[in-house]
Design a protein around this ligand. Structure first.
Ligand SMILES: Cc1ncc(COP(=O)(O)O)c(C=O)c1O
Length: 353
C-alpha cells in the first residue's frame, strides 16, 4: 500500500484505501486550529491582496524584526521560511552527509530531509510513556539531533529542564540540537526556550505559524538560532522564498495574543471532554498537551479496522503507518470544533456497539 506521507488532502487516503470518498468529511488528519484564522486576516485581506503586485522583501526584514522584538532576540538570530517544512529541508542540506539522530516516533520530514542529503540517520525511540531518556541516547559520532516538542504524533511535551540538560549535553559534544516547536503555542505550560537559544550556539528552534493561526495554505514559519547558522541557511534558501501575503499575515498574527489564549482554552476544554469519553469507553490515548493525540482501541492489534470504519463515516484520522515504532498501532486525531468532536464520539460509540 502506498500510504500518503502526511495528513490533510483526504482524497489521497481514500484513494489509497480504495474507499469511496463521502461528500461531507471531518478532517482530523491535519492539526490546524479549529477556530480558523484570526479575524484580522479577513478584515485586512484587501491590503494583503495589494502586496501581490510587488516582489516580496527577500530578507523578510519587517517580519524578522517583529519576531525578534517579540522574542527579545537580535534580528540576526531570526530567519523566515516558507513554512517550517522549508526550514527543515534547509537544515537537512546544512547537515549534509553528517550522522543525524532522530527521536522517534516523530514528524517524517526530518528523516526525509536528512536522507535526501546523504546523512547517516540513526534513531532513538521514546519509552513506553512517550518520554525521553537522555542517558540512553546513542550519541556516538552524532552531529545533529532532531527533537519535536510538543511531539508530533503523540502531543506529549518535554519539559524545559530536560531540554536544557539535552542542550548542555549537545554543546559539550558539539552536536546541533534542532527543536521543532511547530505546536508550542498550544501548550499551556510552555516555558520559552529563548534563553537557551541565546546561550547555546548549537541550539536551533523551528516554529510554524500555520498551526495556531490556521494558515497552512499561506506557508509561513521561522527559525531562531545563532547568527552563523542563520547565515548558512539563508544562503541555501531560494530568493523570494516567502511570499508577501504570508509575511504581512505573519505580522498581524504576531499580535494575536488573545486569540492564542482563547484557542488554548478551547482546545483544553475539548480535549478534556474527549479524554473523559475515551476513559469511560476503554480507548487508550497519549497524554497530549496540544491539539492532537494518539488513540487506540486496545481490543485491536492494529487499528486499521477502526481507521476504515471512521473513513467510511466521513471521519478522517491520520494513519500512523509512516511513524517508526508505532506503525498502524495507533491513530492520530486532531481536536476540532465541539460539533465535529461530538460527531467523532458518536461514531466511536457506534464502533463500540
Ligand atoms: C512537527 C511539525 N513541524 C513542522 C511542520 C511543517 O509545518 P509548516 O511547513 O506548515 O509550517 C509540521 C506540519 O505538519 C509538523 O507537524
Amino acid at each position: 500500500m502506498n500510504w500518503p506521507p502526511h495528513g490533510a488532502n483526504p482524497h489521497y487516503i481514500y484513494e489509497a484505501m480504495n474507499i469511496p470518498m463521502p461528500e461531507k468529511m471531518i478532517d482530523l488528519s491535519a492539526n490546524i486550529n479549529p477556530l480558523g484564522p484570526p479575524k484580522i486576516l479577513k478584515k485586512r485581506w484587501p491590503s494583503l491582496f495589494q502586496s501581490i503586485i510587488e516582489y516580496p522583501d527577500p530578507a523578510a526584514n519587517r517580519l524578522s524584526e517583529a519576531i525578534a522584538e517579540k522574542e527579545g532576540l537580535a534580528k540576526e538570530m531570526v530567519m523566515i521560511g516558507n513554512g517550517g517544512a522549508e526550514l527543515i529541508s534547509l537544515l537537512g542540506r546544512m547537515f549534509s552527509r553528517k550522522k543525524v539522530l532522530i527521536i522517534q516516533p516523530t514528524f517524517s520530514e526530518y528523516e526525509k530531509a536528512c536522507q535526501i542529503n546523504g546523512c547517516e540517520v540513526v534513531y532513538h525511540s521514546l519509552d513506553a510513556n512517550w518520554q525521553l531518556r537522555l542517558e540512553s541516547l546513542p550519541l556516538e559520532g552524532v552531529e545533529a539531533i532532531f527533537l519535536c516538542n510538543p511531539n508530533n504524533p503523540t502531543g506529549v511535551c518535554f519539559p524545559y529542564e530536560q531540554i536544557l540538560a539535552l542542550s548542555e549535553l549537545c554543546r559539550d559534544r558539539e552536536i546541533y540540537l534542532v527543536i521543532d516547536e511547530a505546536f508550542y503555542d498550544f501548550w499551556e505550560d510552555y516555558q520559552s526556550l529563548i534563553p537557551i537559544v541565546e546561550n547555546f550556539a548549537n541550539v536551533i528552534l523551528i516554529r510554524s505559524m500555520t498551526k495556531m493561526f490556521a494558515i497552512p495554505g499561506l506557508r509561513l514559519g521561522y527559525l531562531l538560532a545563532n547568527g552563523k547558522v542563520i547565515q548558512t541557511l539563508v544562503n541555501y534558501q531560494s530568493h523570494w522564498s516567502v511570499n508577501a501575503v504570508a509575511m504581512l499575515a505573519g505580522e498581524l498574527c504576531l499580535q494575536e495574543e488573545t486569540f492564542i489564549q482563547e484557542t488554548r482554552e478551547y482546545i483544553k476544554k475539548e480535549r478534556e471532554k474527549l479524554f473523559s469519553f475515551y476513559k469511560l469507553e476503554g480507548f487508550i490515548v497519549s497524554p497530549s498537551e496540544t491539539d492532537f493525540y494518539l488513540l487506540k482501541d486496545p481490543n485491536l492489534k492494529g487499528q486499521l479496522p477502526l481507521f476504515e470504519f471512521l473513513l467510511r463515516r466521513g471521519i478522517v484520522p491520520r494513519h500512523t503507518m509512516n511513524f517508526p515504532g508505532i506503525e498502524g498501532q495507533w491513530l492520530r486525531l486532531a481536536i476540532k470544533s465541539a460539533d465535529e468532536n461530538d460527531q467523532l464520539l458518536e461514531a466511536l460509540k457506534e464502533w463500540k456497539k
